[in-house]
Design a protein around this ligand. Sequence first.
Ligand code: CS2
Ligand code: MG
Length: 402
Amino acid sequence: MKILSAKVIVCSPGRNFVTLKLVTDQGVYGIGDATLNGRELAVVAYLENHVIPCLVGMDPRRIEDIWQYLYRGAYWRRGPVTMRAIAAVDMALWDIKAKLAGMPLYQLLGGRSRDGVMVYGHANGRDIAETVDAVGQYIELGYQAIRAQTGVPGIKDAYGVGRGSLSYEPADAALPTVTGWDTAKALRHVPQLFDKLRATYGFEHQLLHDCHHRYTPREAATLGRALEPFQLFWIEDCTPAENQEAFRLIRHHTTTPLAVGEVFNTIWDVKDLIQNQWIDFVRCSVLGAGGITHLRRIADLAALYQVRTGSHGATDLSPVTMGCALHFDTWVPNFGIQEYMRHSDATDEVFPHDYRFERGLLYCGEAPGHGVDIDEALAAKHPYQPACLPVTRLEDGTLWNW
Ligand code: CS2
Ligand code: MG
């Protein structure tokens, strides 16, 4: 059996997506997601120039060998472009293998560990009152877990604040929008949000908060402590984690659970965080971390240290990633939670899928493969639109972490 052809499909049904389609000589095909928000075309070039020429003619059943070939064979290791390209190939190969087996992907991974997958949605508002309302909307929709973000007085476009709908798209302009940040103001404001949320809705629902890499370790520890009475499910990316050791200080000063991983690509980027039990949740995704083959290694390492998964699942990860993630989450023993920012109707039409939402849980389908396809004719009607992620500056103009 051979890979006959491969193509990269770029489309923008409301936002940009890069999709890989691998076709075999037996007619079975597989689909993978290769989207890198704000840097999409770098992955397109990597796939078209450096990966696809090697893939054609290979046996698609050799998933592990192809993964090693693309990772070790590049000589240059890690990085978001390489690892997303590998992820796209890996997703497509697992899709093909599961279709050949006539099984839904989770069965190949080891079978079902749970009935459904707990997901969290994104509630946001320009101020605390708006966020409290938005959380109420999610509760009405049946969500059991909700991430809450709010505007902060004196900060221009604080992270996570949408523009009036249930979801938001941060990649909003052809050149980066400049947003603001002020740690002292946020540190005073964020605990007030969670105080109000618990006073309004009680403690039944899981609440989460994304710090988006804004605080220093000491500031993050201060926030974690201030949030302890409100019993969050986690605070996410509370400080940049290139230096994994930074989490030692935070961990020793707060019992608020900590989550990290969406910007990282390999097991090496989270190894110290996991082995030192400095985090509670590892948030690497199928797309970000080299596909199912590599994410499984990260999850297995995490399981040894009682660290659970919490896959990144923003809208810039296409329904193809969501389909793979749900099969993965249905199997993985140390599952924690899955992020689920709903895709737009236009996106859902381009990517027909069989997963479904019910009472706060997502359920993967039973169709052979990962259950997500791409309608190429419809995709062609939504051409690529250049869109960058914002940058952040402090009040004095210093560039900060967006
Ligand atoms: C965020 C993302 O979902 C999250 O947790 O951090 O919205 C992130 O900003 C985007 O995926 C960036 O592309
Ligand atoms: Mg995040």
